[in-house]
Design a protein around this ligand. Structure first.
Ligand code: CMC
Length: 386
């Protein structure tokens, strides 16, 4: 039928032109709108980076103040949406709760769904940025059976999230610049990664002209899988498993190499990075800094470091160019900060939000965008009759 190439997992197929993020996987380079990730993570706030990704430029002081004010003004959730969480089971995974509530957001703002009206698109953008951390914190509060707090718009984006999530205990973090900065830096490192599975999902859903909330909600589900964002939770499960079983790191790595029941070294490997993941490097130094600052000694960090050493010295991993990715050390930091494991991927989602929004908007403005509609190779029966 004149069919094109078969490309499982889109390893070799570009589906868009994009001016947002540049990656050189062989050199370990990651840049947002041209700026190296290392500089942004060191010198900028998450809202600066969100502005950069979404609008193309770092904000001036005035622009940042306006942007920040707009976001603060939209943090409150409709009371009915707050009660929406009552309908979810207490043991709902926070990622499912997050995606469901973001999906439900679209029912409140239907009048503003118009991808061709820049003002409306921007209003939806600000709403989503402002409400996502609130929804994320409620997903957490729900899972531990605590009452929900209202946002405090006197606080910065990250401080507000900490407050909503940890309540009174957040004071300690907010007073501690190292903690706020560490979370800020982690969110920046997750903010975009060009056409990864969740962003491609956002684009695919958006290519049908579906609204921003619907598209991002689908992206959150795509992120939840352990091969993608869910890997940060899976890494902790793996480290705990090694610790609790008393198995040596060497034996575990042997089982990975034998592909025993599909066991993988979670937090290792990447489709694009074949040398090192520049985010992982920054996360590792952050993990050491945060644990030192909190005075925490976590044996799981020791296991992670040992696993990394053993794997990097092993031919299996060398031949396949498998290195630690961004998810390898983040869980150790989140754990030290007091986040439960089931919240790790939610933190990834808050970080990735500006990237999803930037891609959705870029796609909507690109005159060459077409509905996403991959081909297939049909391998079923030829015509037959009953
Ligand atoms: N442990 C053991 N073996 C691995 C791993 C791993 N983590 N990753 C890849 N391999 C092997 C794989 O089995 C294959 O071996 P062989 O050639 O013998 O069949 C070879 O390396 C090539 O792997 P692949 O599955 O073809 O690579 P991919 O580009 O399709 O997959 C990946 C990339 C990230 C899904 C994969 O490396 C993986 O499953 N890693 C573990 C999960 C993980 O940490 N995901 C987070 C990714 S980074 C952040 C994000 O996107 O969220």
């Amino acid at each position: 039928t004149g069919l094109t190439t078969l490309d499982y997992g889109f390893v070799n197929t570009a589906s868009a032109r994009s001016a947002i993020t540049y990656i050189d996987g062989d050199e370990g380079i990651l840049r947002y709108r041209g700026y190296p990730i290392e500089e942004l993570a060191e010198q900028k706030t998450f809202l600066d980076v969100a502005h950069l990704l979404i609008y193309g430029e770092l904000p001036s002081e005035d622009e940042l103040a306006t942007f920040d004010q707009r976001v603060r003004r939209h943090t409150l959730l409709h009371e009915d949406l707050r009660r929406f969480f009552d309908a979810l089971p207490r043991d709902a995974h926070p990622m499912s709760a997050l995606s469901s509530a973001v999906s439900a957001l679209s029912t409140y703002y239907e009048h503003d769904h118009d991808p061709r009206d820049p003002e409306k698109v921007d209003k939806q953008t600000i709403r989503l940025l402002a409400k996502m951390p609130v929804i994320a914190a409620y997903a957490h509060k729900k899972s531990i059976g605590q009452s929900f707090l209202y946002p405090d718009n006197g606080l910065s984006f990250v401080e507000n999230y900490l407050k909503l999530n940890f309540g009174i205990q957040a004071e300690e973090y907010i007073q501690n610049p190292v903690m706020v900065r560490a979370l800020e830096r982690l969110l920046i490192l997750h903010a975009d990664h060009e056409q990864n599975a969740s962003t491609s999902t956002v684009r695919m859903v958006g290519s049908t002209d579906a609204n921003l909330f619907a598209s991002v909600s689908a992206g959150i589900h795509a992120l939840s899988g352990p091969l993608h964002g869910g890997a940060n939770e899976a890494v902790l499960t793996m480290l705990r498993g090694i610790r609790d079983s008393g198995e040596s790191v060497e034996r575990f790595v042997e089982r990975v190499k034998r592909k025993e029941q599909g066991v993988k070294l979670m937090g290792f490997g990447h489709r694009v990075y074949k040398n090192y993941d520049p985010r992982a490097k920054l996360v590792k130094s952050s993990a050491e800094e945060v644990l030192a600052q909190l005075g925490v000694r976590d044996p799981l960090l020791d296991i992670a470091q040992e696993l990394e050493q053993v794997a990097l010295a092993d031919d299996y991993f060398k031949e396949r160019k498998l290195y630690p990715n961004v998810d390898f050390y983040t869980g150790v930091i989140y754990k030290a900060m007091g986040f439960p494991e089931r919240m790790f991927t939610v933190l990834f989602a808050i970080g990735r939000l500006p990237g999803w929004i930037a891609h959705w908007r870029e796609m909507m403005l690109d005159p060459q965008t077409k509905i996403g509609r991959p081909q297939q190779l049909y391998v079923g029966p030829t015509e037959r009759h009953i």
